[in-house]
Structures are given as C-alpha cells and as structure tokens.
Design a protein around this ligand. Structure first.
Ligand code: FES
Length: 132
C-alpha cells in the first residue's frame, strides 16, 4: 500500500492504490484545506467545494513522489492557470502544486499542506522572460 507522508503534520498514512488524496487526508484527521490567510483555515475546512476542483483550498505542494500521483485533470489544469491565489502560490513551484481532491495516489509521496507564497524564493521576483 502506498505511504503518504504529510510533512507539516509529521504524519504518515497508508492508502489503497488509486485512493483520493483529499479524502484520505480528511479520513486521517488532517486539516487539508487552507488559504494564504491562515486564520481562515478552519473556515475552509467547512466551506469548500467538496472536492470538485473549484475552490483551491485543498492545494498542496508535492515534495516527493509526483511520479506516483495521477496526472493533472482538466479541471485542475484550468484551476491552476486561472485561480489568482493558486497562481501566486505556484510561482517557482508550478509543477509541484496540486489540488488534493483531484489526485489519485498510485505510490509513495510526500505532501506539504497549505503551501504559502514564496516571497523570498529565488524564482518569485525573477523576470518572467529572462532572455528578452
Ligand atoms: S476541495 Fe475545492 S478544489 Fe479541492
């Protein structure tokens, strides 16, 4: 069975192959929902889109094991490209940000819940087109 490690919560869970990441996290008592305004996190754990890929509050950063997760769904790709908060959080880590509700776990992975804006990261302030 695949192992999912949640770094912030320091918790590992075992899930069935093909299990939904959001559902398994919630089952394990992990508060998966959040925003960059962390004081709203308890609210987002109640008020969210229920796994339909619309609200973005189940956004996670995949630290390891992206190859063991299902490919991005169409709704996830649209959300990642269009949602303002998700786009800001994704800067410099575009490939590693996923919506947990859209992810099926196929193997071991390491997940960071509630990824924040990376204001001080080397990629945040770079020119979008460095060679132009
Ligand atoms: S629960 Fe709303 S986007 Fe995943």
């Amino acid at each position: 069975m695949p192992k999912v490690s949640f770094v912030n919560e320091k918790q590992d869970i075992e899930v069935e192959v093909g299990a939904n990441l959001r559902a398994e996290a919630r089952k394990a008592g992990i508060a998966i929902h959040g925003t960059v305004m962390s004081f709203l996190n308890p609210v987002t754990n109640v008020l969210n889109c229920r796994g339909n890929g619309l609200c973005g509050t189940c956004r996670v950063l995949v630290k390891k094991g992206m190859e063991n997760l299902s490919p991005k769904t169409t709704i996830e790709k649209i959300h990642l490209a269009a949602h303002p908060e998700t786009r800001l959080v994704s800067i410099g880590q575009e490939e590693e940000i996923r919506l947990a509700c859209q992810v099926k776990v196929q193997g071991d992975c390491t997940i960071e819940t509630h990824p924040q804006l990376n204001w001080h990261g080397e990629n945040f302030w770079q020119k979008p087109y460095p060679n132009k």
